[in-house]
Design a binder for this molecule. Sequence first.
Ligand SMILES: *Cc1c(COP(=O)(O)O)cnc(C)c1O
Length: 407
Amino acid sequence: MTTQQTDQLTRSQYLAQLEDKHTAHNYHPLDVVIERAEGAWVWDVEGKKYLDCLAAYSAVNQGHCHPKILAALQEQATKITLTSRAFRNEQLPMFGKEICELTGFEKVLAMNSGTEAVESSIKVARKWGYKIKGIAEGKAEIIVCTNNFHGRTIAIVGFSTDEQYRDGFGPYPAGFKVIPYGDVDALRKAITPNTCAFLVEPIQGEAGILMPPDGFIRESFEVCRENNVLLMLDEIQSGLGRTGKMFCYEHEGIKPDVLIVGKALAGGFYPVSAVLASKEIIGVITPGDHGSTFGGNPLACAVARASLKVIVEEKMCERSAELGDYLMGKFRSLKNPAIKEIRGRGLWIGIELEGKARPYCEALKDEGILCKETHDHVIRIAPPLIVTREELDWAFERIAKVLEMKF
Ligand SMILES: *Cc1c(COP(=O)(O)O)cnc(C)c1O
């Protein structure tokens, strides 16, 4: 044992106390202290095993510690990890080529966290608005939706509709307009000659896997096209196989002007994010306009290349579609008055409850399943995409049992 502990406490309790004493309380985690993981499973410090049904908010779609991504990380880490963008490195061009070939976009802007990629897309959209669309300096507007989640910077929480995300952090930058999620007429009405972009999640993950009405994304695409407004899709959580396609927009038969990815782009090993768009759009950023010490570093690029390859080679989109349909069918068969609604796409299922979700997540933990409530009433089921049908059967039995409990 590497840390001291007292006799009365379990190791988990000791570590939880230590964490609460010394680290910022910006989360309210379930009391499980995880030590290691493999595939869809994690183990706590007492050696108890759990099926991970959160997958780090979809950052480990490929499964924990995927051996091929691990090998890429290890190999690259012995060569070079960081050059800074003051010099070129041998991995960034290959990452650029591969992600552009995979997605069909012309250019990528490499960043680190998802939040940074969203911030970067906002900068790109505004600059595109001024330099290409011809909006008067300082007037650019971006339209966003109610219940959005795009990250935690000042600009991003500034246009959040969640009071807690904003409270105490103002003043906020101007230039954002909020419309109701799913309302294409509101989008049409909100657009002015100064609108440069519409930033939206094709399914709202953090809001509780909220699905827009059928056709909303497709119609938004058309409205944006008619008005010379960039459609910017935040697929940080919905992308890379989670909904049963590589990207959620593929269900709609459209392609956004700007695509924002993160999370599973590095299979959980490393923060890697990206903004993808045409040459013309990404081209508004010229040397010195924008940057990041770590963005596009060789270790990140090597990990991202391996992470994308694994999703394709192991047919994770197909798995997500097939197993998602299978699991959704099972949930839909439940007759339980505690359940208000079940929704989702692929292996991304939200169970909205009449009451609070937290006690159910705690009970699921005791049954060996890790889920996290989102927005009080929703349990999000989003296991790594390598999960098997048998593991889902096992999990379903336990979830169904726990949902019968009364709190
Ligand atoms: C997680 C998430 C982000 C923020 O990504 P970070 O890596 O946490 O900065 C932005 N948008 C969406 C839709 C997300 O799910």
